[in-house]
Design a protein around this ligand. Structure first.
Ligand code: ADP
Length: 272
């Protein structure tokens, strides 16, 4: 069970004055159950990349393999793929619209054709997974705090029981407390469900503390791919592409606290 890109390139508006190559020959494979961060500066191609993973955007060239099958094959079941690869967009709370939270989270499973009872069961499970308090289930989504809205919106995707959960900048616009709470919750969810989780962020600080693997994007290309330790060895190059030093320094500090052999100037990590 895996999801893979093979030599994927993508060009927006080809042949026009607005032509823009957003992805250049990107390849990688993510195994079922991995917790992966995709990181890069704004415009590096992260959003374009993840929209390929559930078929929303079709590669200009290259292949996407889901469980070994090319999703561009004739007759491939894209609807099923979208059910299995759940994508939570940036600011997903803008898509909340039902009278109360539970009804909103039921929307996806209902759309999949599940009976009411099952929809509600899935919705309750999903809300529990994101740590959404039960006392607000019957509240209007518009009455909630920013962090709770975001949880409800993430639950809306989880209620469809995807095997892969992709979160595009899930901490955008939240205060530091809300940010940590969401990321802690996502980590917990990954541990409890064994689901593949792909966390997209422009912040090394957000990603590195949680994930087991980091894919660094730069100008549409995959720049690095490895464990946080492997990726941080390229500290100086990361700094050059705007993955700011203070954030990396913070992560170094965090790693040092966890017992990794981080050098005193906090810019390199030695071998264990
Ligand atoms: P990121 O998510 O890392 O910020 P994006 O995937 O949104 O990056 O964008 C990658 C590149 O593609 C950027 O240069 C961006 O300006 C361009 N781009 C994104 N969406 C469009 C679009 N709809 N039309 C043309 N260019 C786009």
């Amino acid at each position: 069970m895996s999801i893979a890109l093979e030599h994927v390139s993508y060009v927006y508006s080809p042949g026009t004055a607005y032509e823009k190559q957003a992805l250049k020959d990107v390849s990688f494979e993510i195994e079922q159950g991995q917790f992966v961060g995709i990181i890069g500066h704004t415009g590096s191609g992260k959003s374009t990349l993840i929209q390929h993973l559930n078929g929303l955007v079709k590669a200009t060239s290259g292949k996407i393999l889901y469980e070994g099958q090319n999703i561009y094959d004739a007759g491939y079941d894209m609807r099923k793929l979208r059910g299995q690869v759940g994508l939570v967009f940036q600011y997903p709370e803008y898509q909340l619209f039902e009278v109360d939270v539970l009804t909103d989270v039921c929307f996806g499973p209902k759309n999949q054709g599940l009976p009411q009872e099952e929809c509600e069961k899935n919705a309750r499970e999903a809300l529990e997974l994101v740590g959404f308090p039960e006392k607000y289930y019957r509240h209007s989504p518009f009455e909630l705090s920013g962090g709770q809205k975001r949880r409800a919106a993430i639950a809306g995707v989880l209620a469809m029981k995807p095997k892969v959960l992709i979160l595009d900048e899930p901490t955008a616009g939240l205060d530091p407390k809300g940010r940590d709470e969401i990321l802690d919750q996502v980590q917990k969810l990954h541990r409890e469900t064994g689901m593949t989780v792909i966390l997209v962020s422009h912040s090394m600080e957000d990603v590195a503390r949680y994930v087991e693997r980091i894919i660094v994007m730069n100008h549409g290309e995959k720049m690095y791919d490895g464990t946080p330790r492997e990726v941080f060895r390229h500290y100086r190059e990361l700094e050059k592409v705007g993955l700011a030093a203070p954030q990396v320094t913070y992560v170094m500090h965090d790693l040092r606290e966890k017992g990794f052999p981080v050098s005193p100037d906090a810019t390199t990590i030695g071998e264990a």
